[in-house]
Design a protein around this ligand. Structure first.
Ligand code: PLP
Length: 420
């Protein structure tokens, strides 16, 4: 199909050209004396995105799922009890992994579309007088339903009940896009992957670990080899990895960290919020509902949009893809067919996102959803224009008021402007 594919799944996200260029390199010896000058600063800088100074960053050649596995197996032992809420496919999969590792999971089931239930976590923690719960699993941004939960709230619940359980947070679709504060929120294991806010291909599972969790890892008995923090720590201490790392992804990560720091993390979060809010205005104008049941749970990285009864969300996605070259996110597990998702995270701006809104609108109309043509993009446009930074406040290139273009040589004068 002519033209480019418009990628609006909530990961993988668009990889900026700068990152693509940074990854385009000949392979190198990962045991050379030069290698630590790549790996060591990347490991340090990564911590800034997690907002931790006291934690330790690990990068595994895997994906978010591998980082989940690292967090469980390095800190827990068979039969240990963990507490987790289940409110979407990703929180469900993490629970499933914990069960397959022989952990005993106390599950707080919540309607999909709601966020993590802080009060119920707190009740369960308060009732656990003998501190049998060794870890709390918490999905910051449930990508399947477009729901963001309150990490500061779960830390308060742990503190109020004086419960020593480790706090493990899945930040796969939040870290680097939505505010995340590992140290301030007392997170012990913060998990993410490379293919969302970090704007890279999938292939890196990243986890930042508190000193408390690192200490516990020495007694943890779950089996682990590839994901062992001990092996990784030993090798990382001298700037190396215990096995062959992905060179292109490390170069790409170095560049993507640069991009995030140049924009400034707070500006990155504000941009994601504006893009998400424009999307939400479009959904309202279409007369549709988000899966997220309350504004306090609205996600700034992904909107899960319910389709009307009698419409199959999978058809919207298929038509968008085959007819308009637009990739939208599918409804997952029990949400299959009931919704489609627009991922609005990573290297993205208003006009890019407008293409997704137009494409989604056309595909919805093609399969029989009654939406007014242009209504979604018009609502988003109004919101984005009304909240845009005034141009005068932007940093424009300095130019004196009487600055005139340099006089062109006589020969060129005749053709000046011809190409405009
Ligand atoms: N957790 C969340 C919230 C996710 O969105 C995903 C993937 O989309 C995962 C975990 C699993 O990550 P990966 O697919 O990188 O293994």
């Amino acid at each position: 199909m002519a033209g480019r594919n418009h990628l609006f799944v909530p990961g993988p996200t668009n990889v900026p050209d700068r990152v693509l260029r940074a990854m385009h390199r000949a392979m190198e010896d990962h045991r050379s004396s030069d290698f630590p000058s790549l790996a060591a600063p990347v490991l340090q800088d990564l911590k800034k995105v997690f907002k931790t100074t006291s934690g330790q960053a690990f990068i595994f050649p895997s994906s978010g799922t591998g980082a989940w596995e690292a967090s469980l197996t390095n800190t827990l032992s068979p039969g240990d009890k963990v507490l987790a809420a289940r409110f979407g496919m990703f929180s469900q999969l993490w629970i499933d992994m914990a069960q397959r590792f022989g952990l005993q999971v106390d599950i707080l089931d919540v309607d999909w579309g709601e966020g993590a239930p802080i009060e119920r976590y707190q009740e369960a923690l308060a009732a656990d007088k003998s501190h049998r719960i060794k870890a709390v699993l918490f999905t910051h941004n449930e990508t399947a339903t477009g729901v963001t939960s309150d990490v500061a709230g779960i830390r308060r619940a742990l503190n109020d009940t004086r419960h020593p359980a480790l706090l493990m947070v899945d930040g796969v679709s939040s870290i680097g896009s939505i505010d995340f504060r590992m140290d301030e929120w007392g997170v012990d294991l913060a998990v993410t992957g490379s293919q969302k806010g970090f704007m890279l291909p999938a292939g890196l599972g990243m986890v930042c670990v508190s000193q408390k969790a690192l200490g516990l890892s020495e007694q943890a008995k779950l089996p682990r080899v590839f994901f062992d923090f001990g092996d990784m720590r030993k090798a990382n201490a001298t700037g190396y990895f215990p096995y062959t790392p992905s060179l292109p992804l490390l170069y790409g990560l170095r560049e993507s960290l640069e991009i995030l720091f140049e924009e400034g993390l707070e500006n990155v979060f504000a941009r994601h919020h504006r893009l998400a809010e424009g999307t939400r205005q479009a959904v309202k104008a279409w007369g549709l509902e988000l899966c997220a049941r309350s504004p306090k749970w609205y996600s700034d990285t992904v909107s899960a949009i319910m389709v009307p009864a009698g419409i199959n969300g999978a058809e919207v996605i298929d038509v968008a893809y085959r007819r308009y070259n637009l990739a939208l996110g599918a409804g997952l597990a029990r949400m299959a067919g009931k919704l489609f998702r627009i991922g609005h995270l990573g290297d993205l701006n208003e006009l890019m996102l407008a293409t997704a809104l137009v494409g989604a609108e056309m595909a919805m109309r093609d399969v029989g959803v009654k939406v007014t043509p242009g209504s979604g993009v018009a609502a988003a446009e109004e919101y984005w224009r009304s909240t845009a930074t005034p141009l005068s406040k932007r940093e424009l290139p300095a130019r004196a008021p009487d600055d005139k273009p340099a006089a062109a040589p006589a020969k060129e004068k005749a053709t000046a402007g011809a190409g405009r």
